[in-house]
Structure formats: structure tokens, C-alpha cells
Design a protein around this ligand. Structure first.
Ligand SMILES: Nc1ncnc2c1ncn2[C@@H]1O[C@H](COP(=O)(O)OP(=O)(O)OP(=O)(O)O)[C@@H](O)[C@H]1O
Ligand SMILES: O=C(O)[C@H](O)[C@@H](O)[C@H](O)[C@H](O)CO
Length: 164
């Protein structure tokens, strides 16, 4: 079987961690949690309610690209991948990279993030995620799924689309 590398992407609260975990299990592939690779300075910044800049994300994306390439048989990566340039940086790391974009409105993202106590990411930053987001529709290898569907349905749709 050929390799399958998938990025579960989208704004904070869209369900990257929840979907990524289930998708990786269903595919029998390792999960790379993108948030675990942010340098401590990035986490501190977000905790303080300051949005990350392109500069803050550059090194992080390079590390994530290397992580993907360390799994030649495939992996599932959770990563916001909000801008085209970020996605292209990941695409440069492995051939035929697929993206599952979990799409939802700002209002729904805010509701999810606000209802998740104990997580480092503050609801005050959700608006900045939508300012940064460049819709990946039309780019190669992109699947968009309604993030408000039940988790099992989201995962089933992703599996179905990835088979094509
Ligand atoms: N399809 C879904 N239906 C209902 N609840 C969901 C769904 N997907 C995720 N959730 C819930 O929404 C919240 C946000 O999900 P999750 O933490 O996976 O998002 P995320 O994109 O990883 O966010 P972040 O990047 O900020 O960590 C969690 O409480 C999660 O359980
Ligand atoms: O690019 C970014 O701004 C970050 O990756 C954020 O998306 C957060 O890390 C994540 O959403 C919180 O869990």
C-alpha cells in the first residue's frame, strides 16, 4: 500500500484533536499532535491572549514537516494550517499530502473553545484564527467536512474521501 499523510486542519475548536485521534486509529497510522510541537514561547504567547504571527509559526511548521517525513508509511497530523503558505510548507515535506478541513462558523468555534475549561487556548483568540484563515477550497488534496456533524460521521466522511 502507498503512504498516506493527512493533516486535520482548521481553526481552534474545530475538532482537530478529537477527529485526528479517531482518524489515526481507524487508519492504523500514528498521530502527530501539532500543538505538542509548539515551542514554549508560542504556548506562553497564546496563553497570554496574543495571536501567533507568521514568524512564530515558521519554525513550528518546519518541525511538523520533519515529523511527517519521519513516518514514510504515513501519519495523521493535527495542525491549524490556517494559511496557504503554511500548507505549502507542509506539502514540501511529503508527497501527495492530504488535508481534512473541519469547517465551522466563528460563533460555533467560540462556543466550543469557551466550553473547554482547562485548555491553554483562550476564547479571546478565536477571532484572530478567522482573520488568519485562508479557505483551502480548491487546493490539491483538500477535503472539507462540516465540523458540526457528529464525530463518528466526520470520521466516516473523511475515511470515504481519503479512499478516493
Ligand atoms: N464533531 C463534534 N461534535 C461535537 N463535539 C465536538 C466535535 N468535534 C470536537 N468536539 C468537541 O469540541 C471541542 C473542541 O474540539 P478539539 O479540542 O478536538 O478541537 P481542536 O481543533 O483540536 O482545538 P484546538 O486546536 O484549540 O486544540 C472539544 O470539547 C471536543 O470534544
Ligand atoms: O496556528 C495557530 O494559531 C495555533 O496552532 C492554534 O491554532 C492553536 O495551537 C490551537 O488551535 C489551539 O489548540
Amino acid at each position: 500500500m502507498s503512504a498516506l499523510h493527512v493533516v486535520v486542519m482548521g481553526v481552534s475548536g474545530c475538532g482537530k484533536s478529537a477527529v485526528g485521534e479517531r482518524l489515526a486509529a481507524a487508519l492504523g497510522l500514528p498521530l502527530i499532535e501539532g500543538d505538542s510541537f509548539h515551542p514554549p514561547g508560542n504556548i506562553a504567547k497564546m496563553q497570554q491572549g496574543v495571536a501567533l504571527t507568521d514568524e512564530d509559526r515558521t519554525g513550528w511548521l518546519a518541525v511538523l514537516g520533519r515529523e511527517l517525513s519521519h513516518h514514510p508509511r504515513g501519519a495523521v497530523l493535527t495542525c491549524s494550517a490556517l494559511k496557504r503558505s503554511y500548507r505549502d510548507s507542509l506539502r514540501a515535506a511529503v508527497p501527495r499530502l492530504r488535508f481534512v478541513h473541519l469547517a465551522l462558523s466563528q460563533q460555533d468555534a467560540l462556543r466550543r473553545v469557551a466550553g473547554r475549561p482547562g485548555h491553554f487556548y483562550p476564547p479571546s483568540l478565536v477571532a484572530s484564527q478567522f482573520e488568519a484563515l485562508q479557505d483551502p477550497a480548491g487546493e490539491p488534496g483538500v477535503i472539507a467536512i462540516d465540523a458540526l456533524l457528529p464525530l463518528a460521521t466526520v470520521v466516516d466522511r473523511a475515511l470515504e474521501a481519503l479512499r478516493e
